[in-house]
Write a protein that binds this ligand. Sequence first.
Ligand code: ATP
Length: 820
Amino acid sequence: MERSPSHRSSRAKALPTGNMGGGFTGEGAISGGGSGGYLSPPHSRSSSAQGSYSTNATTVDASPTSGDEMRGRSSELDGPEGKGNVLVSVRVRPDAPDSGGGGPNAEWVVDGRSGKVGYGGKDGGIYEFDNVFGPNQNNSQVYESCAKRLVRRVMEGYHGTVFAYGMTGTGKTFSMQGITSSPGVIPLAINDIFSFIRETPDREFLLRVSYLEIYNERIHDLLASQPGGAGFIPLDQQVKGEEIKLREDSKRGVYATPLKEEIVQSPHQLLKTIARGDLARRTGSTQFNARSSRSHAVVQIVVESRDRIPGTTAGGGTMVDNRRAGITGGVRVSTLSLIDLAGSERAAENKERRQEGAHINRSLLTLGTVIARLSSVDKEGNGKDKDGNHLPYRDSKLTRLLQPALSGNSLVSILCTIAVPPANASAVNAAHTGETMNTLKFAARARNNIVSHAKKSDDSIPDAGSRVLLERYRMEIMELRQQLDGQKRKEETEHQDLIEREEKQSERHSEQLLEIQLARTALKERIEHLNRLILSSKSSGVNSARISLLPNSGHMSSMSVRSSISNLHPLNGRPFSTSSGVSSVSTAINGNNSDVPDDDSSGEYGDGNATLGSQVRALLADVADKNRYIATLEKRLLQARRSSQSRTSMGFSPPQKIPGSFSQSDTGMEMLLKERDEEIVELRARLDDKEKMVTALRNAARKRDAAEVGHRGTQRNSKTASVDGCGSIGGASIGSGSIGGGNIGGVDPGGRGPGVGVRARISMDSVSVAPLRTKASMDSVAPLRTRASMDSVAPLNVKTRGSTDSAASVAESAEEDGTF
Ligand SMILES: Nc1ncnc2c1ncn2[C@@H]1O[C@H](COP(=O)(O)OP(=O)(O)OP(=O)(O)O)[C@@H](O)[C@H]1O
């Protein structure tokens, strides 16, 4: 460690003896009685509580007032020799209530302005310090001068140590912790720590706190227990766990382990944590303090900080992005140690107090010794004195723990508390003058000997095993983000898959729906179609006068075109079987043109006066129906082919057969397609039939018209005509039956008897070509018949042979077409 003799020698000063003006002066100083004779300490001091030693103080500097002391010296902190890195202050507590009163003791000098304090009596001395606080100065003033700047420097990256040293009951705890109305160094430092964080938006911070006490040379973790909680057990009653030891490594220096560290995020949380530790701290009653701290208490606040983003403003989105990308500076780690030492006590009546006191005194003695020998440390800074002896840091846990600070790695502020005995102090109080002097001597040695070379911590990238949480957390955050991103991607993929599956499923559903719709449409069309057919089939006119065109028919059946649609598939509307589009066509000559029992007795053409044109229209409508149906089937077929192809190309396994839907298997599909194809072929054939039928009917109509023209010519002479009894009209083989209303010889009035060889007179007015029945076997709903009234063809006024040819030619034409 490099030390500066000149620096050391210029700090603590023993003032020349002489009249110091007496009493307390300076800011907050109390009047010491004006010219009350304080004696100056000798130039050279030779005694202390810890044994003999002397300071090197030789000169006197003009000191600023205590309030400006730290600020006045602050520039020194940046100096190459670390001047100002160590502050030593003395605080004089107000008289204790039991001090006996009597006003200021004229033998004592406390000068805040000059920073001088001392005893002018025997073995006394006047010392000058960085700060001297009189009894009236409050905690805030003490903090401002002693600790504020140090705390700020800690936030900037320096290690800093503040500790209070003094005799029991002199105000160490009062100064460090303070009271509610006057918070001490610790709460004020915490406040400033968070103020600094608030004022430094370009860096991010992580704070962790530990709190330990050294009691009877054992280290206890004050945060390990939960005072006030249900399970709180005082430390001395706790089952001893793993002993906390002090270790050292190059990066962390000396540290206690295992020790609980708590991460804190607010001043309130930090204060609460420390207050929790305070409750666990050992206290006991001493002669001078009813609640004396019986242990050294060390609060350590580790500050990790890092530039947020070089070159970017705080709070921007870029920061997040950059942090994600790992573009951050290194982490700076610094430690603020706030230490409230146990008070030294010369003697105690109580055995326990004596034992505690012995430990306390021993550790304080070691501290004094280390500080005393710091002056002799060689320039190498290897912890050895000039004689090559190690400094006795390890002789006590306190000195071991303070080693980094005392050996120059830290900014140091020492607050020494004293109580100046009043003028008429009791013997006991007066006896402690020596203790107070010892404190002043300790302070003087510390001021002289401790040299700090504290450097700002580097912004270093912590390695894997580092305890730097900021980096660990950053890594963890990055890992978690990656996990989150991975999870998100996975979810997105799964979601996408799900959507695709749903889409495919919905595609299948829509296909099925479409199929169902098509089937329904087909059914509807059929129903409409059938309804139309039903209406046609109930035409009474169709049955009113019929000419049977079929030979060998025992009935005077009407010429009919009957469409029947048989046995539809319940869903797809496909006929299970089809019968010939035209099952029968017959012409009949009905002897009774008005009273033919037939269920086809009403309907659109059922008035018996339906024209041939109407029948043609009916047939055309029928044809249109068929065309529509074919179109539907073709559409469905196309759809089925497409879905079959898409399934095949997607490599889908055949889905489960859905009841009521088409078969989904390939075989089923093929069969379905085949059936559809066949059905289409069949329907086309039927359509052809229909068209032939229409052609035949048109021919019939033409012939009828021609016959009518001829008939009108002959009608003037005769109202009747002879018809060959065999039922043939005009040589045409009309088959058995009669045309007319019963005036045909040999034919029974009902037209049931054979008309062969019977010449009959028929009323040509009533002769009608029997209604054509088109029977398309299309439906299973009912054996429906379409009866197109052939009355539109009739009345055939058969008067001449030629006239009957027209009716016969209908039959012929029909037979030729194979339609009837
Ligand atoms: N500057 C001060 N102003 C007002 N009261 C004070 C001051 N200093 C100390 N006291 C009071 O004196 C008493 C003892 O103070 P404190 O406990 O802080 O002493 P200490 O040095 O910590 O003692 P110990 O070493 O025994 O723990 C307390 O009641 C405290 O409130």
